[in-house]
Design a protein around this ligand. Structure first.
Ligand code: P6P
Length: 337
């Protein structure tokens, strides 16, 4: 019986037909898979190996770091910094772009990542994940500067996440649809379990942090109120709500059974001078690439996220992503004002 298609095999096969492919991109995706396997093992063990709880420090976002935020960031640097597949790295957990190890060979790719998204859930044993976005380094650049990373989401050559849930699943796109791989922990391989994932254009399920509702802009209030009005309201159907507070888990649910996810702008954030909660470069852009490749849509509520010209590595944006028809309706409401 066929053992199944491993992630490594899948990547090699997709690269085989590409003119000039050197194997570097395959190697980079393999490095990322290795990092995610190690993170999965650490998340699985939790308190058994003393990795839970706060690190007692803050990251560039002013968020209290969990021990695992720091540990998983180091795992990514160890896995990607030495094999000559990446030219540069940027992380949610590091203020500046990562100094690559001095004597390490340099590759042609830039990797931006959130090593442990939703880490506030880790101490209560709720799903968390890793998110990554891959860009090409500018031709001939071996020591990239911050501005080399500031490319719009449409320039991504690959994006993905690893969800550490009941199963550990790697979900990625290289621009040819979305594939899902499940980690067989008996022999440490990600095996292809879903190919060409597609999101239904309609949904009856939305995800938003309702505790912020008093701060929302009018168009968001209008959309949610219509959903809450149910069958008797203008939508003519009842809606269900979910909020996991882990973007990776929300996106995976949407890819698996449909839905729409929103982290909109609100007056609280405006008062603080921030443009949203989620980060463009290593949360919104990679998830938008995946969602669009699965037939969904992703905007700030006003413009396509992947068209945004980034101004900073840690830039924040509002996010509305998922079922195409819902995202288009929400975006229409915002543009109507
Ligand atoms: P809140 C996790 O910190 C995160 O960046 C996303 O993964 C998640 O969707 C969101 O923030 C949760 O935000 O305000 O509900 O804690």
């Amino acid at each position: 019986m066929h053992i199944g298609t491993t992630l490594t095999n899948y990547i090699i096969e997709t690269q085989r037909g590409i003119q000039g492919a050197t194997g570097e991109f395959t190697g980079l995706l393999n490095d990322i898979a290795t990092a995610c396997k190690k993170i999965s093992a650490l998340v699985d063990k939790g308190d058994l190996v003393g990795v839970l709880g706060s690190a007692g420090s803050e990251n560039v976002q002013g968020e209290t770091q969990k021990k695992l935020d720091i540990i998983t960031n180091e795992v990514f640097i160890e896995a990607l910094g030495y094999n000559g597949h990446a030219a540069g790295l940027a992380s949610e957990e590091m203020d500046e772009i990562c100094e690559m190890p001095k004597d390490a060979p340099r590759g042609h790719y830039l990797v931006l990542f959130d090593p442990l998204d939703g880490s506030s859930n880790i101490d209560v044993n709720v799903s968390v994940g890793t998110i990554f976005s891959i860009l090409k380094a500018p031709e001939g650049v071996k020591d990239p500067k911050t501005e080399d990373f500031l490319q719009p989401g449409t320039k991504q050559v690959a994006a993905g996440y690893c969800l550490y849930g009941p199963s550990t699943m790697m979900v990625m796109t290289t621009g040819k649809g979305v594939q899902m791989f499940t980690l067989d922990k008996d022999f440490g391989e990600f095996l292809l379990t879903k190919n060409s994932v597609q999101i239904p254009e309609e949904t009856q399920e939305f995800a938003i942090n309702m505790s912020n509702s008093r701060f929302w802009e009018g168009p968001m209030k209008r959309y949610i109120d219509e959903c809450l009005a149910g069958k008797e309201g203008p939508r003519g159907k009842d809606f269900n709500m979910r909020w996991v507070a882990s973007m990776v888990a929300e996106v995976h649910r949407i890819l698996s059974r449909g839905g729409v996810f929103m982290y909109p702008m609100d007056s609280k954030m405006q008062a603080k001078g921030t443009a949203g909660k989620l980060r463009l470069m290593y949360e919104a852009n990679p998830m938008s690439f995946i969602i669009e490749q699965a037939g969904g849509a992703s905007t700030t509520g006003r413009e396509r996220i992947m068209d945004i010209s980034p101004e900073g590595i840690h830039q924040r944006v509002p996010v509305v992503l998922g079922a195409k028809n819902e995202v288009e309706l929400i975006t229409r409401y915002h543009n109507e004002g």
